[in-house]
Design a protein around this ligand. Structure first.
Ligand code: CS2
Length: 424
């Protein structure tokens, strides 16, 4: 039976790729694809899902209706570091035809100047033989795996050229294994989209009251989109038959989504928190923020390749409607985390693209400024920022504006002229 090994068994995967795969299985029940999940950081998801045989309830809320759906496509959840040998065996298992990833931006351990962050403590440990990151695990698994068994590694994270980025970073980590990339080993990119808030106790109670599976339910919107690069070494579920787009090049899709949807999301998060809002649907009802989000989307749209630029105004209007959904409880603080890793493809890239076109970016700069103000405010209030850039060091940054300026100028993938303008 063909298998998918999925890294990052969070809500996003469970509301998106798992659902597409389940729909495929419903169409061809004689030939189902099963997913083995891997959690790289915590056993929480495994512990919650195991008593339910890894099934869970998806709650789909559009502006009007609420629909409950049982998702039953996972067979197991392995947790690193406890299950590391089993994870390596799964990577080596020839029945695993696809490895998919939703490990978030920080799971890629990229350096501010691009490429693998070889100074990162976890990467250094993995280079010395540990297997804490995706790179250490993949290299140990691929070392054991038969070269001839086709494997596609498909990234589903919010990075542009996510598959290519992973392939290049992996090649830096393990050049000898990267030589295998070709016919039997492929790194593919994809653009993934479905808004998926974090699970709350209230949601779990609602699902239990409705007779659903009470542990770890996921709430999401009706909208869903998945554009997948047609670059597979072996078989795949017929995701196209259930709505995914298989395309030769996903970059135009990725850029549009990252710069318009995610860029506006990050703006609403920082400016919205500063304005005292809690949820996305509240921030978008604030007329100043709504205007700011629309201006930002317009600036982003002007940087898009011709094939997606034409209907960008329709895309923008659809995004506003999605943000307005009052039945999704999408916390601005959820979006605000990991800004140092999220902003490069969402905001800085728009700014750079516009600069190359000779255009200014007032709305994008306002969004970046909101981030800096948010970070400064959190540090001054003595709150630990949920961002790898500040994790270890937040104590020393407290109340030290000079330290913050230095970090912003040296440790993030942002144009220095932009940062200087923001700090001026
Ligand atoms: C959000 C995304 O949390 C965030 O940073 O911008 O998770 C967003 O909801 C998804 O990319 C939508 O597909």
């Amino acid at each position: 039976m063909p298998k998918i090994l999925h890294f990052g068994l969070g809500n996003f995967h469970r509301a998106h790729q798992a659902v597409y795969t389940q729909l495929c299985n419903e169409q061809t029940p004689q030939d189902p694809w099963r997913i083995i999940g891997v959690s790289l950081r915590s056993a929480k998801m495994r512990d919650q899902l195991a008593p339910q045989d890894f099934d869970y309830t998806l709650v789909i809320r559009d502006g009007i209706t609420t629909q409950l759906q049982t998702v039953s496509v996972h067979d197991d959840c392995l947790v690193a570091p406890h299950d590391t040998p089993r994870i390596i065996d799964q990577i080596a298992d020839p029945e695993v035809a696809i490895i998919t990833l939703t490990i978030t931006e920080k799971g890629y351990h990229l350096a501010p100047e691009g490429g693998l962050d070889t100074g990162d403590a976890a990467i250094i440990e993995d280079q010395q033989g540990a297997a804490k990151t995706i790179y250490g695990l993949l290299s140990k698994g691929l070392t054991k795996r038969d070269n001839a068994a086709p494997l596609t590694i498909l990234s589903c994270d919010n990075l542009s050229d996510n598959g290519g980025t992973l392939a290049r970073a992996f090649a830096q980590f393990a050049p000898h294994l990267a030589r295998r990339i070709g016919t039997h080993l492929r790194f593919a990119s994809s653009m993934v989209d479905r808004i998926t808030p974090a699970t709350t106790d209230k949601l779990a109670q609602f699902v239990a009251d409705q007779g659903g599976l009470a542990a770890a339910p996921v709430e999401t919107e009706r909208f869903t989109q998945w554009a997948i690069e047609d670059n597979f070494a072996g078989p795949r579920p017929d995701w196209a038959a259930v709505g995914a787009q298989i395309v030769p090049d996903v970059v135009p899709f990725e850029i549009r989504k990252l710069r318009m949807l995610n860029g506006a999301h990050s703006y609403l998060a920082y400016a919205g928190i500063l304005a005292g809002h809690r949820y996305v649907h509240q921030a978008i009802e604030d007329q100043t923020l709504r205007q700011g989000a629309q201006d930002l989307m317009r600036e982003a749209a002007e940087t898009l390749p011709p094939d997606t630029r034409g209907d960008a105004h329709i895309y923008a209007a659809e995004l506003i409607a999605r943000f307005e959904n009052p039945h999704l409880h999408h916390e601005l603080r959820q979006i605000a985390m990991d800004g140092s890793k999220k902003l490069p493809p969402r905001l800085f890239s728009t700014w750079t693209a516009r600069k190359m076109q000779g255009l200014g970016s007032p709305a994008v700069e306002a969004a970046c400024k909101a981030w800096v103000d948010f970070v400064r405010g959190e540090l001054e209030a003595g709150r630990a920022l949920d961002d790898p850039l500040f994790f270890a060091a937040h104590q020393t940054f407290r109340n030290s504006s000079a330290d913050l300026d230095h970090v912003l100028l040296t440790k993030i993938a942002a144009p220095k002229t932009l940062i200087r303008r923001l700090l001026a």
